[in-house]
Ligand binder design. Structure first.
Ligand code: AR6
Length: 179
């Protein structure tokens, strides 16, 4: 346990057991839903700790660009409000389904978030385990897809930090990184 590092090309991948709302990364990624208007899990925590500025920007995005909501697999940035980070990058993971392989959409969340982070000039990006909570994704599968997607993405981002909320999620990511 604790903080561990791996290298992926020019990018450093870090595992942290902890709360993403406390991270001083340039950007923290939110496992949001299409409405962008908040929810439970990490989304609830980010809006609670970050304050109303984040929701205000999300509402503007809904009004201007995403009238039908942010599509699954895409990502968009707002202020991070009162969080230590500079930006929150909201991405929408797919709900897990046994009957359909949605892993490309989950991989897209990581790739698109890194693309948005690069546009912002973020050097450090913190990710939660997207879709591995309320959206029901099996942990090892979610971790394998997350790690695979980040490793495959060419990016000027210097550090991708997976911030995992519990021992079992942390262990799944460590297995994926070592495997
Ligand atoms: N820091 C880091 N990880 C966290 C935190 C935190 N503060 N809180 C929870 N997690 P989830 P999803 C972990 O359910 O599966 C929301 O209602 C959690 O333990 O937050 O993508 C949205 O609005 C799990 O490992 O996201 C959507 O409707 C991981 O974050 C829906 O949930 C993701 O769990 C999205 O579901």
């Amino acid at each position: 346990m604790g903080v561990r590092h791996w290298e992926a090309g020019d990018m450093r991948i870090t595992l942290v057991l902890g709360d993403i709302t406390e991270q001083d990364a340039d950007a923290v990624v939110n496992a949001a839903n299409s409405s962008l208007l908040g929810g439970g899990g990490v989304d609830g925590a980010i809006h609670r700790r970050g304050g109303p500025e984040i929701l205000a920007e999300c509402r503007q995005l809904r009004a201007s660009k995403y009238g039908k909501g942010l599509p699954t697999g895409q990502a968009v940035a707002t202020t991070a409000g009162r969080l230590p980070a500079r930006w929150v990058i909201h991405t929408v993971g797919p709900v897990y389904a046994k009957s359909e392989d949605r892993s490309a959409l989950l991989a897209s969340c990581y790739r698109e978030s890194l693309r948005v982070a690069a546009e912002l000039g973020a050097r450090t990006v913190a990710f939660p385990a997207v879709s591995a909570g309320i959206y029901g994704w099996p942990l090892d599968d979610a971790a394998r897809i997350a790690v695979g997607s980040v490793r495959e993405t060419e990016s000027p981002v210097e550090e991708t930090r997976f911030v995992l909320f519990s021992d079992d999620v942390y262990a799944a990511f460590a297995r994926a990184l070592n495997g």
